[in-house]
Design a binder for this molecule. Structure first.
Ligand code: ATP
Length: 447
C-alpha cells in the first residue's frame, strides 16, 4: 500500500480540509446549518460516486448471482409493521434532569451527563427512529407513511417479482443503493452518524442450512473489498456481535470496523436474517414468499444473509485513511493517498500558465484524456499551488503543458502524486503512460 508518514488524522483536520477543498459542507450552512445533515461538494460527490459505483460493480455487474433494484423511499406502512420497525426500531433515550441534554443510553460511558457532569438522568424511554410523514392532503392516522430507515425491505417485498422475472435459482441476491433516514438521538462524528444517509445493501437468499457458510463468505467478501480498494489492512477488522448487540431479526451479526480518528467503529454489518423477513411479510400480506426448488420438487422459505454498508461511512473511512502529511517547512504538503479508482479525480491537466499559446494546447490534451479518466482542468493560480491543491484532493497524476510542449517537443510532463517524480512523455503516448502509472498505483495501494 502507499506508504504513509502519518498514522491517523484527527477529525478537526479532516473537517477543515473537507470544507476547504469541497468534499463536504454543512447542510443549509448560510442558515446556521441543520443538525447532522451534510452536503457533498464538487470533490466529495466524485468520491462518493466512485465508492457506490465500485460497490455496484463488485456486487452486481461482476457477478451473475446478484441483480439490482431501485426501490422507492416511501413504502406501504404495513411493511414497517411486519418488519418489526414500528414496534422495535427504537433506541433508549435518557434526558439529563439538570441541563436537559438528551442521549442514547447505550452510547454513554457512565451515568454522568457528558454536557454538565451531573448524575441526573431520568428513566430511559424507547424512542422510535423512523421519520413519519403523511401521504396525501389530509393528515390522519390512516395516511401515515415513513421515510425508510433501511433499504432492505424493498428487496424482501419484491422477492417474488425479482425471482419470477429473472428466473434466478437459489442461491441468489438482490442489491440496492439508496437513501435511508433515521432520527438519530446522538448523531455526530462529522458525517459518520447522520439523520439522512445512503446505504448499499444486498440480500442473499440461500437454502436453510447453507446460511452459516454464506455468512462467512460475505464477511470475507467485504473485508477484501475494503482492503482491495486500499484501506490499510491493520485499520480494518471484523467483530462478532454479542446477543445483546444484535438487531432483533438476526441469528448472527458481524461488524466490519474501521479505525476512525476516534477509534474502532462500525463500517458495515453482515447479518444472518434467517427467514424472519420473508415469513413476516407473508404473514402480514397474505402472499406466499417461497422458493420452488425444481430439482428437489419442494417449496421452502429461503434464509437471507445481508451485508449492509453505508456509502457515506465508507467514503469517510476512505477519506480518513487516505489523509497524509509529509515534509517540513516549505516542502510540507498534505496529500490524500487514495487508491486511483477511489480518488475523486484521476488526472488533472494543467497549463503552466494562462498564456494564450498554452491554453489551447492544454485544452487539446484535456480532450484526449477526459473520455478515459475522470479529469480536471485547472489553470487558476501558480503551478505550485495547483499541485498542492491536487495533492490535497488526492489526484494521482498531474499532466503539465509548458512552452516546450508547444514550441518544440509536443510532449508533456506527468507528475506522480506519491513519489512526486516527473516524467516527460509525447502527447501521442500520453494515454498509455497514464494507464501504466494508474495500474502501478492500483498495485501499490493494496498491501
Ligand atoms: P449504528 O449502531 O452505528 O447507529 P446500526 O448498527 O444501527 O448503526 P445498521 O442498521 O446495521 O446500522 O445499518 C447498516 C449500515 O448503514 C451501517 O453499518 C452504516 O454504515 C450505515 N448507517 C446506519 N445508520 C447510519 C447513520 N445514521 N448515518 C450514516 N450511516 C448509517
Amino acid at each position: 500500500m502507499a506508504a504513509r508518514t502519518l498514522n491517523n488524522v484527527d477529525l478537526e483536520t479532516l473537517v477543515s480540509l473537507s470544507k476547504r477543498r469541497g468534499f463536504i459542507f454543512q447542510s443549509s450552512e448560510i442558515y446556521g446549518g441543520l443538525g447532522s445533515v451534510w452536503d457533498y461538494g464538487p470533490v466529495g460527490v466524485e468520491l462518493k460516486r466512485n465508492v457506490k459505483d465500485l460497490w455496484w460493480k463488485a456486487m452486481v455487474r461482476d457477478r451473475d448471482d446478484i441483480v439490482g433494484i431501485d426501490g422507492a423511499i416511501l413504502m406501504h406502512p404495513d411493511v414497517w409493521v411486519a418488519s418489526g420497525h414500528v414496534e422495535s426500531f427504537t433506541d433508549p433515550l435518557v434526558e439529563c434532569g439538570n441541563c436537559n441534554h438528551r442521549y442514547r443510553e447505550d452510547k454513554l460511558e457512565d451515568d454522568s451527563c457528558p454536557n454538565c457532569g451531573e448524575k441526573a438522568f431520568g428513566p430511559a424511554r424507547q424512542f422510535n427512529l423512523m421519520f413519519e410523514t403523511h401521504a396525501g392532503a389530509v393528515q390522519t392516522e390512516e395516511n401515515v407513511v415513513y421515510l425508510r430507515p433501511e433499504t432492505a425491505q424493498a428487496m424482501f417485498v419484491n422477492f417474488d417479482n425479482v425471482q419470477t422475472t429473472t428466473r434466478k435459482k437459489i442461491p441468489f441476491g438482490i442489491a440496492q443503493q439508496g437513501k435511508s433516514f433515521r432520527n438519530e438521538i446522538t448523531p455526530g462524528n462529522f458525517f459518520f452518524r447522520t439523520r439522512e444517509f445512503e446505504q448499499m445493501e444486498m440480500e442473499f437468499f440461500c437454502e436453510p442450512g447453507t446460511d452459516d457458510d454464506w455468512f462467512r463468505f460475505w464477511i470475507d467478501f467485504s473485508l477484501n473489498w475494503y482492503k482491495g480498494l486500499g484501506l490499510r489492512a491493520d485499520k480494518v477488522r471484523e467483530r462478532s456481535l454479542g446477543n445483546d448487540e444484535r438487531p432483533h431479526y438476526a441469528k448472527a451479526s458481524t461488524d466490519v470496523e474501521f479505525m476512525f480518528p476516534w477509534g474502532w467503529d462500525e463500517l458495515e454489518t453482515i447479518s444472518n436474517r434467517t427467514d424472519h423477513d420473508l415469513n413476516a411479510h407473508a404473514a402480514k400480506s397474505g402472499k406466499k414468499l417461497e422458493y420452488f426448488d425444481q430439482e428437489k420438487n419442494e417449496h421452502y422459505v429461503p434464509y437471507v444473509v445481508e451485508p449492509a454498508m453505508g456509502a457515506d461511512r465508507s467514503s469517510l473511512a476512505f477519506l480518513a485513511d487516505a489523509y497524509d502529511e509529509e515534509g517540513e517547512g516549505k516542502e510540507q504538503r498534505v496529500v490524500l493517498r487514495f487508491h486511483p479508482d477511489v480518488a475523486p479525480f484521476q488526472v488533472a491537466v494543467l497549463p503552466l500558465s494562462r498564456n494564450e499559446k498554452l491554453v489551447p494546447k492544454a485544452r487539446e490534451v484535456y480532450d484526449i484524456v477526459r473520455p478515459l479518466f475522470n479529469t480536471q482542468y485547472d489553470d487558476a493560480q501558480s503551478i505550485g499551488r495547483r499541485y498542492r491543491r491536487q495533492d490535497e484532493i488526492g489526484t494521482p497524476l498531474c499532466v503539465t503543458v509548458d512552452f516546450e510542449t508547444v514550441e518544440s517537443d509536443d510532449a508533456v510532463t506527468i507528475r506522480n502524486r506519491d513519489s512526486m517524480e516527473q516524467v516527460r512523455v509525447p502527447v501521442s503516448g500520453l494515454v498509455a503512460a497514464i494507464s501504466d502509472q494508474v495500474a502501478q498505483m492500483r498495485k501499490d495501494a493494496v498491501g
